[in-house]
Design a protein around this ligand. Structure first.
Ligand SMILES: NC(=O)c1ccc[n+]([C@@H]2O[C@H](COP(=O)([O-])OP(=O)(O)OC[C@H]3O[C@@H](n4cnc5c(N)ncnc54)[C@H](OP(=O)(O)O)[C@@H]3O)[C@@H](O)[C@H]2O)c1
Length: 322
């Protein structure tokens, strides 16, 4: 990419495409749905309550008055509830026979990277079966810079799912921690897990001969437009500095939009399959743990086991085998 990729002009015509954006009611997700709908996609955006969904719709139509009402659909979803995830999957399956872009944007929650599987199995595989398809799964991550390259992750143990932090690196304890007013370790562990997930997902798509591209990305440090949501995690003096340095929420959506829609990706899929992107759409080296097969398999197996346990407990069938 020579110039900065700009969704306003670089997103192709998305008429006929169906997108799902989790956490679409605020921040980067809201900007993502704004651009997708402006280019003709039918967008399912998730929000945990009707009030939040209404707020998002009102904002969207204030920015995009010509957008089609029918093409912006609220999908109720709380990723911390397996029932809610399954209801969302059922609703999607009932309303659509394909999904072209799945954007895993919602923040927080280890489950967000695994429970969406049940969704793609049915609807994304169908879309991918079409020869002209261009199906993509986009996973928004970030936070891996807190971990030194030799950090000993423990995704091989199920205890990571209950928030177990292996240890806090020296640099984090003495330099980074005072810069934040929240403890970012758990958040960052779940974000690194999403990195591993996106890479492994690609491998599994490839193994099954599915024409689907999975990428992960860091959206960039993005401040809020209406609120200081992202800045709020920073300690007071850092907030002042970062407010000047951070990109806007709109710009924070650019890399997700590039990953979901840019023609470059379909034209040169081997450059992007299973890769990690940084603003605005550049391929970058992710944390070295993404090369650790034991950690990747540990994460996948432990998460699958745990999700299946929750599914069984709530009377649902297990995830389909790959
Ligand atoms: N902004 C940054 O600088 C930055 C940097 C690196 C990575 N990221 C990542 O980028 C993504 C978007 O961040 P953002 O700054 O736009 O954050 P945000 O404004 O706080 O939006 C996060 C979205 O995720 C939803 N969400 C959180 N937990 C959920 C759950 N259990 N079930 C369903 N939805 C849930 C939120 O819904 P509610 O409104 O109901 O809470 C909200 O819609 C996140 O994955 C974040 O980790 C952001």
């Amino acid at each position: 990419m020579g110039k900065i990729w700009d969704p306003r002009v670089d997103i192709p015509n998305l008429n006929g495409k169906v997108a799902v954006v989790t956490g679409g009611n605020s921040g980067i997700g809201l900007q993502t749905i704004k651009h997708l709908t402006a280019h003709g996609a039918k967008v399912y955006f998730t929000a945990r309550s009707e009030a939040k969904a209404k707020h998002a719709r009102d904002y969207m139509f204030s920015q995009n008055p010509d957008a089609s009402e029918e093409r912006l659909i609220w999908l109720p979803l709380d990723l911390s509830s397996i029932k809610s995830v399954m209801q969302a999957v059922e609703e999607l399956k009932a309303k659509e026979n394909k999904i072209d872009f799945m954007i895993n944007n919602a923040g927080l929650g280890q489950k967000s990277f695994q429970t969406t599987d049940a969704g793609w199995e049915m609807v994304m595989a169908k879309a991918a079966a079409d020869e002209s398809s261009d199906v993509r799964v986009v996973t928004v991550t970030g936070g891996d810079n807190i971990f030194p390259p030799d950090y000993k992750f423990e995704y091989t143990s199920p205890s990571f799912l209950s928030g177990n932090i292996p240890y806090k690196p020296w640099k984090f304890r003495h330099i980074q921690k005072p810069l934040f007013n929240v403890d970012l370790m758990r958040y960052s562990l779940s974000k690194v897990a999403s990195l591993l997930f996106a890479k492994e997902l690609q491998r599994r798509f490839d193994k099954q001969g599915l024409n689907i591209i999975s990428v992960s990305l860091h959206p960039g440090g993005a401040r809020g437009i209406r609120t200081d949501s992202a800045l709020d995690v920073l300690a007071g003096f850092m907030k002042l500095i970062m407010r000047r340095i951070m990109i806007s929420e709109d710009e924070g959506s650019f890399t997700s939009l590039f990953a979901a829609t840019a023609k470059e990706i379909r034209n040169k899929p081997d450059l992007y399959r299973g890769k990690f992107l940084v603003p605005f759409g550049k391929v970058a080296p992710p944390h070295p743990v993404t090369e650790n097969e034991r950690q990747i398999q540990g994460l996948w197996d432990n998460t699958t086991k745990e999700v299946n346990r929750y599914l069984a407990k709530n009377g649902y069938a297990p995830l389909l085998d790959w």
